[in-house]
Design a protein around this ligand. Structure first.
Ligand SMILES: Cc1cc2nc3c(=O)[nH]c(=O)nc-3n(C[C@H](O)[C@H](O)[C@H](O)COP(=O)(O)OP(=O)(O)OC[C@H]3O[C@@H](n4cnc5c(N)ncnc54)[C@H](O)[C@@H]3O)c2cc1C
Length: 222
């Protein structure tokens, strides 16, 4: 689900950054409290702040889900280093697992809006197409930005009711090699649940990518 918040006056952030979101006087809380970090999935040029999350049965998400208009929350931030590098000669390779797509949605919207010169390759892994948040929009952005490509992959395409003719299986070295031309020193970004983030880190290290050329966010709790 996506949630849109009014943007506080003067609040600025870079595409890909996150905030600590705290519910004000929520009707219930649990042992994890009333705060969670969330990436701002909207882009900086948009009027609202949008977060997108995989719904689970925590008190925090029950409150979000049942809230009507006017829910009050505070934000601390922006935080995080998942922002696009400055050197446009270096391509960006984004590796997203599930709801780990949020920083890349923000960056892809930002890059299209401002016609950034970076070449961007977004690998987006999900179980099935129906689980893949923002898939249609991420595909449509290819038309808006000729420097951007989406490579979506489904790990359980056979369990889907929708036809799927794209990549299947997890993101791995062979998949990167199939889709990435001989790129001049890309910067790699990855975000997703801890198991996915760990797998991407060790795959890139095996690939010979230096820590300096990796930026990541681990979405614990999944
Ligand atoms: C920088 C950052 C950005 C994020 N952006 C998004 C986003 O855009 N969308 C999204 O859906 N989620 C995002 N997350 C994850 C999000 O903050 C929640 O953890 C997640 O949504 C699970 O929340 P929950 O209420 O469902 O479960 P919770 O009730 O929060 O707990 C689930 C489990 O996570 C464990 N846990 C809680 N805090 C920590 C911790 N600090 N370290 C390790 N384990 C912990 C708990 O012990 C529990 O077992 C982000 C996390 C980080 C760090």
């Amino acid at each position: 689900m996506a949630f849109h918040f009014e943007r506080p006056a003067g609040f600025a952030f870079d595409a890909g950054q996150n905030v600590q979101l705290t519910l004000v006087d929520p009707p219930e809380t649990d042992s994890q409290g009333a705060s969670r970090p969330f990436t701002l999935a909207s882009a900086p040029h948009e009027p609202d702040l949008m977060i997108a999350t995989r719904m689970r049965d925590s008190a925090f998400k029950r409150v979000l889900k049942s809230a009507g208009l006017g829910l009050k929350a505070t934000i601390d931030g922006p935080n995080g280093v998942m922002v696009l590098h400055e050197d446009t000669a270096r391509p960006a390779v984004f590796l997203a697992g599930g709801i780990g797509i949020t920083p890349f949605l923000s960056m892809a919207r930002h890059a299209a809006k401002h016609r950034l010169a970076h070449r961007i390759h977004l690998f987006y892994s999900n179980r099935r197409p129906e689980d893949a948040a923002f898939l249609d929009e991420l595909r449509a952005l290819e038309k808006a930005n000729p420097n951007y490509r989406l490579i979506a992959t489904m790990a359980e395409a056979e369990k889907s009711s929708r036809p799927w003719s794209g990549e299947t299986g997890f993101i791995d070295r062979q998949m990167l090699e199939r889709h990435l031309p001989d790129l001049p020193s890309p910067v790699y970004y990855f975000a997703g649940p801890p198991a996915m983030a760990m797998a991407m880190q060790s795959m890139l290290a095996d690939f010979g990518v230096s820590e300096n050329d990796m930026r990541s966010e681990e979405f614990y709790g999944y």
